[in-house]
Ligand binder design. Sequence first.
Ligand code: ADP
Ligand code: MG
Length: 279
Amino acid sequence: MSKAYAIKAQNLSKNFGNIHAVNRLNLQIPYGKTYGLLGPNGAGKTTTVRMLNAIISKTSGNASVGGYDIVAESQKVKMICGFLPESPGLYSKLTAREFLEFIGELYYLPKNVISTRIDELLEIFDLEGRENDLLEGYSRGMKQKVCLCAALIQDPDILFLDEPTSNLDPAAARMVKDLISELVKKADKTVFICTHLLDTAEELCDIIGIIINGELKAEGTPREIIDSVGAKDLEDAYLKITGASHIDDLLAWRNGNSNNYEYNNKEQTKRKKKTKKSR
Ligand SMILES: Nc1ncnc2c1ncn2[C@@H]1O[C@H](COP(=O)(O)OP(=O)(O)O)[C@@H](O)[C@H]1O
Ligand SMILES: [Mg+2]
């Protein structure tokens, strides 16, 4: 397949039984760009990146990453890509340094290169001093940072990030966003981000694709997407394109938590009675 694009997909599809998770997806992403795949939960974002990284097989269609076919040249695809999975598996009985050494070795990096990269990454992600602690003792955000270090350790040309800021506190999320911008600007990387966060997509991405029920419904620069539906900003455009109701979203917690509300009331009454008795 063509080397002209960093990522190219032609009618790429994935079915899980009767579910069309990704349906005839077409992508042409140039090198050096940041692409954001935006869509609600269950839209097919994770399935798309897992296919593009040769982690799961496609049902039909074709795709290439860095010019390599995702099926016939899957090993080459894996060597040139960094991937931050949505729910990464970490070896909890390893320290951060041991885990990153292990990942570096999977990419056949020389030991001295691995050691230098780990030091640099730990400094960037503010994990110095904790690198010899077991991962089981890390917070979710710290684990996310270690996984980002793992995605960057072989200095990949193409970086796939599935919900990169979702587990991070605002300061760490800011740092990750700045790092992504720097990687694209200075190191000329291609970055493919899956996110449901509009502000992340708008800030970082040159091109945005909006996916719903496995189908790409809109694609372009944030400005083009906004103008295409006469919206006032990207949030407005997203809501128009996905047909989502803002009010329904805002009030969804009432349905989900109504039982908790009752439970909390009962608990409160019980506690009040106990307090009265003990007086
Ligand atoms: N391993 C799987 N087995 C069965 N269904 C799956 C599997 N992975 C994803 N799906 C289904 O595919 C659809 C897309 O999921 P996913 O790609 O995870 O969406 P997103 O990342 O946009 O939230 C959903 O309906 C999901 O339930
Ligand atoms: Mg997902």
